[in-house]
Design a protein around this ligand. Sequence first.
Ligand code: HXC
Length: 259
Amino acid sequence: MAYELIEVRTEGGKVGVITLNRPKQLNALNDALMDELGAALKAFDADEAIGCMVLTGSEKAFAAGADIGAMASYSFADVYKGDYITRNWEAIRAIRKPVIAAVSGFALGGGCELAMMCDFIIAADNAKFGQPEIKLGIIPGAGGTQRLPRAVGKAKAMDLTLTGRMMDAAEAERAGLVSRVVPVDKLMDEALGAALMISDYSRVSVMAAKESINRAFESGLADGVMFERRLFHALFATEDQKEGMDAFVNKRKARFRHQ
Ligand code: HXC
């Protein structure tokens, strides 16, 4: 598929890199862009060579939200019947390999929600996060009211969502929304370094770890622990478990074959 609103490349033959590319609109997210993003993520997910993905934007904006111009004239019937705006956001949730968000500049509204749909966020020190939908007479529509409180707790989620204020990278790191903050010129090195590292681990165990952590948000503790235990036991059926443990015992580097 030829992409117009995103750029797609690989790093080291094993990391898929997707760059949102509507710079004049600060990467405002419209249906066409989200269709392209979904297709690119699915293609990398299906690619045997790829172990991890990085999703990023420009230095000024990861994404400044859903495209307000495109939404402005919709009626309730339009958005409800057509499931507009939100319809094609679900693709990212079905991706089974890890997706790292590398966020520089604005991650607002749907941009913040998109970053939160990724598995973790590495932020540049100029990053700004917020859910400013309240200023437009709406609320977040792609999981913001659900994922933000899970990430930062009720107090800060309410504060951000009800006031529409932005939080900077330092506050986002303190609150637990982002896993690391790095100088803006080091952002891609940091994200690609993490992605390359993840790609070298056993793909089966990486995917199982992602699946199990995501389960924590969908189940009670006992069920979640049981889910984890079953996956943990299952990994002893892989060649990669034998390889990883043999490498440790024999003081050599493991070479996982993703089997
Ligand atoms: C469409 C957008 C946009 C958006 C910016 N632009 N954000 N266009 N949708 N979300 C456009 C501007 O109109 C402008 O176009 C160009 O990008 C540059 O933006 P400026 O405002 O001139 O830049 P600046 O002064 O630096 O301000 C940056 C900003 C501001 C603070 C990020 O643009 C802003 O507040 N944007 C809206 C943020 C927002 O409300 N997001 C939530 C959207 S609702 P021109 O043509 O004038 O140069 C949402 C719902 C999610 O996301 C639902 C998910 C399903």
